[in-house]
Design a protein around this ligand. Structure first.
Ligand SMILES: [Mn+2]
Length: 358
């Protein structure tokens, strides 16, 4: 498997590529053209420049996270046709620079959601946390979104792009008539349209699970369990219709048995990308993001890595959210230090598994 690191681009990420290059075992970065609104074609010239920059630092650029899906596609509006054509063109351009996997999600309106971006843990580190009781008390999602934006320390959060947040009210109204079944239909329509292009370009679509893995604010969510992903990979049957196995997103529901889910989809060759992180479930619906170490959180990271190895996983993996430690100031979840520690830890597990199985 190839160890990677999410990087937000030189203009938006305070972490220089040369630091990332020095993390043991790293092969490449996972990045995107974050400043482009969802639905636009990613220009080939900009992609070539990005590739040269990343390759020039001694790193590969083979995974994109994310090419965001325009809300009109999720809503199934007639205007989706143009956005789907644009998505296809972006896939073709990504092929030109050697991209192999596109991570995306199909969550309505809100991407990943947390109720705090800077909860202080007992060791003095900061982390992101979620509390369903707090979400249940929110009557105005706009106000909630504003509060979260105020905690970002000036960094634009992926999945919380300003143009999306600016039209929350309109989006909530638009989703009032969209059921879970309808959302699945809209996903099917999208995948059936783009997967032939993915096959032609040898690029896998890797859908990220809902985070947290249940409905919030009354919006439908459809990618949050073994059963729902089984349905997703079946609605458009292509080896390019794959999954981003995000341990934190799926695992915040303790009913999701992570090694079992990995074995299930790993055997089918449908895991293209892995987000490996740990979190501590305090009670159902309440959790914080811990260090990657198994005993700091609720997941057994050794069993997770073992399941990946047993099913011959040879795709891309990255540490996921980290805490803010050592007084680092950065984008919540995406500092350098704790994620680098996460990689070192995953490397250690991997080496021991490889040696044990030889
Ligand atoms: Mn993730």
């Amino acid at each position: 498997m190839k160890m990677t690191f999410r990087w937000y681009g030189s203009s938006m990420d305070p972490i220089p590529l040369k630091y990332i290059r020095q993390i043991p075992g790293i092969t490449g970065v996972v990045t995107s053209l974050m400043d482009l609104p969802a639905g636009e074609v990613w220009p080939l010239e900009r992609l070539k420049k990005l590739k040269n920059e990343v390759n020039g630092a001694g790193l590969e650029l083979e995974v994109i996270e994310s090419v965001n899906v325009h809300e009109d596609i999720k809503l199934g509006l007639p205007s989706r046709e143009q956005y789907i054509e644009n998505y296809k063109e972006t896939i073709r351009n990504l092929k030109e620079i050697g991209v192999k996997v596109i991570c995306y999600n199909f969550m309505p309106v809100f991407d990943w959601t947390r109720t705090s971006l800077d909860r202080v843990l007992s060791d003095g580190s900061n982390t992101m946390s979620y509390d369903q009781d707090m979400i249940n008390k929110i009557t105005d999602p706009q106000k909630f979104a504003d509060e979260i934006q105020n905690q970002t320390g000036g960094f634009e959060m992926a999945g919380w792009e300003p143009e999306r947040m600016a039209e929350l009210k309109r989006l909530f109204q638009a989703y009032e008539t969209v059921s879970h079944e309808q959302l699945k239909e809209n996903l099917k329509y999208f995948l059936e349209a783009i997967l032939p292009v993915c096959e032609e370009c040898d690029i896998k679509m890797a859908m990220h699970p809902d985070d947290p893995p249940w409905d919030i604010f009354g919006l439908p969510r459809i990618a949050n369990s073994l059963e729902s992903f089984e349905e997703i990979i079946s609605i458009a049957d292509s080896p390019y219709n794959c999954i981003t196995l995000c341990t934190g997103s799926l695992g915040s529901n303790p009913d999701n048995h992570l090694p079992e889910i990995i074995r299930h989809f790993g055997r089918k060759g449908r895991i293209a990308f892995v987000h490996a992180r740990n979190l501590k479930i305090e009670k159902p619906g309440k959790f914080y993001e811990s260090s990657h170490l198994s005993r700091d959180g609720s997941f057994d990271m050794y069993e997770i890595m073992k399941a990946l190895n047993e099913t011959g996983f040879d795709g891309y993996i990255r540490p996921d959210h980290g805490r803010m430690i050592w007084d680092e100031h950065g984008r919540a979840g995406y500092g350098l230090f704790d994620r680098a520690l996460g990689i070192a830890y995953l490397n250690g597990i991997q080496e021991s598994i490889e040696k044990q199985t030889k």
